[in-house]
Unconditional design. Structure first.
Ligand SMILES: Cc1cc2nc3c(=O)[nH]c(=O)nc-3n(C[C@H](O)[C@H](O)[C@H](O)COP(=O)(O)O)c2cc1C
Length: 202
């Protein structure tokens, strides 16, 4: 069994330019340490999200959270798809990330999903600074989540998020995912493919 005493899995992040270690060292594990996350630590993570920028400072994000062993956690878990349920065995906290679809005038807020992303990015970097990892998930039955947590009509549940300390026992994972967890190299497209100092290029 791989335990906390063993060194954490270290990933290789071959950056082309120097970036902050908090960004460089972040990755999304599927096995988390048995160390719990306290309410205070969670509030710190949410506070980092709270101070994210948003269009018109509208702050359209809404978060449901549940701590392992509680009813809310189990209700969020139930909303995950089969694949994600398969690996969320050691997750200490589960979140649902939702956003309000409309602005104050009742018109569609096209930037709401962007802003929820900013909230999560802030949260993930704050988490990294505390040695805490997050794993975001699109694989969530959003219709079930909306019903389960009684969201009003103009809200959408976009993601679920698994949270826990780095350093989990990878043997808790299905075999194919154990291999992925141990994979050293992280990959990204080169900047030239998506950054243009001029017209868009295919
Ligand atoms: C919006 C979003 C949805 C994701 N959905 C899932 C998911 O449903 N299941 C999963 O195992 N990983 C999911 N991921 C994790 C990504 O696969 C992961 O972030 C990506 O492979 C890059 O790896 P890294 O975060 O370790 O750098 C998701 C990530 C994001 C940001």
């Amino acid at each position: 069994m791989k335990t906390l005493e063993e060194p954490m899995i270290k990933k290789e992040t071959p950056t082309d330019y120097e970036i902050h270690p908090l960004i460089k060292q972040r990755w999304s594990p599927r096995a988390f340490s048995e160390n719990p996350i306290s309410e205070k630590e969670l509030k710190q993570l949410f506070e980092a999200g709270r101070w994210a920028a948003s269009s018109n400072n509208f702050q359209p994000w809404r978060i449901i959270y549940g701590i392992k062993g509680t009813d809310v956690y189990n209700r969020i878990f139930k909303c995950l798809d089969e694949f994600n349920q398969g690996w969320n065995k050691t997750t200490q906290v589960l979140l649902l990330g939702a956003f309000k679809k409309t602005n104050k005038k009742g018109k569609e807020n096209f930037h709401a999903l962007h802003d929820l992303g900013q909230f999560m990015a802030n949260l993930s970097i704050q988490a990294q600074s505390m040695g805490i990892a997050i794993h975001q998930m699109a694989g969530v039955d959003f219709k079930m989540a909306i019903k389960e947590f009684e969201f009003p009509e103009d809200y959408h549940v976009a993601t679920a998020v698994a949270i826990g300390y780095y350093g989990g026992d990878i043997e808790t994972l299905p075999e194919d995912l154990q291999e992925k967890e141990l994979q050293k190299e992280r990959k990204r497209k080169p900047q030239e493919e998506f950054i243009f100092n001029g017209n868009f290029k295919e």
